[in-house]
Ligand binder design. Sequence first.
Ligand code: PSV
Ligand code: MN
Length: 424
Amino acid sequence: MQLTKETIAEHNQSLAKSHQKQFDFIAEGVNDLQTLLQKLIDFQIAIPSWALGSGGTRFGRFPGDGEPRNLEEKIADVGLLHALNQSSGAISLHIPWDIPKDAPAIKTLAAMHGLKFDAVNSNTFQDQPDQALSYKFGSLQHVDKAVRRQAIDHNIEVIKHGVNLGSKALTVWLSDGSCFPGQLNFRKAFQRTLESLQEIYAALPDDWKVFVEYKAFEPNFYSMTVGDWGQSYLYANKLGPKAYTLVDLGHHLPNANIEQIVSLLMMENKLAGFHFNDSKYGDDDLTVGSINPSSLFLFFNELVEGMDARGMNHATDLGWMIDASHNVKDPLEDLLQSIEAIMIAYAQALLVNTKELKAAQEVNDVVRCQEILQTAYRTDTRPLIAEARIRSGGALEPLQLFRNLKVRDELIKERGKKTVATGL
Ligand code: PSV
Ligand code: MN
């Protein structure tokens, strides 16, 4: 299904009057409105190829209808999202869930939808049917050199797929670790993992980066070999300038101060980017901003401050990706909600009066500091985002248009009801 410019224009026209009123109201108080809108227009968030179908838990999976059956249909889905919001201009592939068999054709198809390829992700946390050796006891950390070799080769293969598509980064997330005390020698596991990563690092093209993603627990429940940002940072530092730490918002122990983590990683120029999601208990992979929107704002506040302090380009100098699972919602609707939440928090962070905040910090005016942040957080930035969206050709209300057009019904007609996407 393809959305035409005319359909979007018609929808925008029908809502134009009320939007203009709301936009004028907020725009009046914004300094340098054009620069702010341009930042919102430029900001793009990559959609994970593995989250276009329904996810599940270890207790079961309830597939939705009309799920994309192959990579081409996944690209078409991201194309739909991007046509609606003009903020989802990239796709992040997971190999081997989504192997691009004909890379030039896939690249052309993506370009037709205005999409680029973001980081490619390797998978050594599952055994594939045709795989010689098992990852049951780890991959890059494994005691058996042959298993490590297989996992290294897989990562190098993933880089090759990425090169063919124009990606510029490899994300490595390892489920390696141990489930019981005594199972693993922590130091040796770290060293074996480092050596494996060094081989992968050596295979990176000059203009590539490797993102080392950490996670506190799951599937291993006693130790994870890349368990927190300190360990990831150690690997990244030892590997060299092309290695960075990737922060998945759901991969921390409860109440971790994620905004402080990203602030310090940025200070050290070791922050790769993000996997966005939200959580209440663990790695819940819920819709971004659905549980704790204020912490999403605080996180963006540190990012904007840190990026500006380093003169970084907000849109291009970090990797912005969603990593979520949609167990009970339509994945496309869920992704639209996530993108909206990210844009809302980003816009709020752009509204923080940094000059006044710095002055208040210097005189320890704690109350004023809090007031400044909360003034930005309590601003309804949706009209600003909507304005940025229509200026770049998107829909005023993406979710509303998605529903009005009965997009999912159309996809079911095209693909059938009982289709199951590869991925989570
Ligand atoms: C692991 O929980 C993770 O966050 C990694 O990024 C994986 O690549 C992704 O989820 C899918 O399993
Ligand atoms: Mn992740």
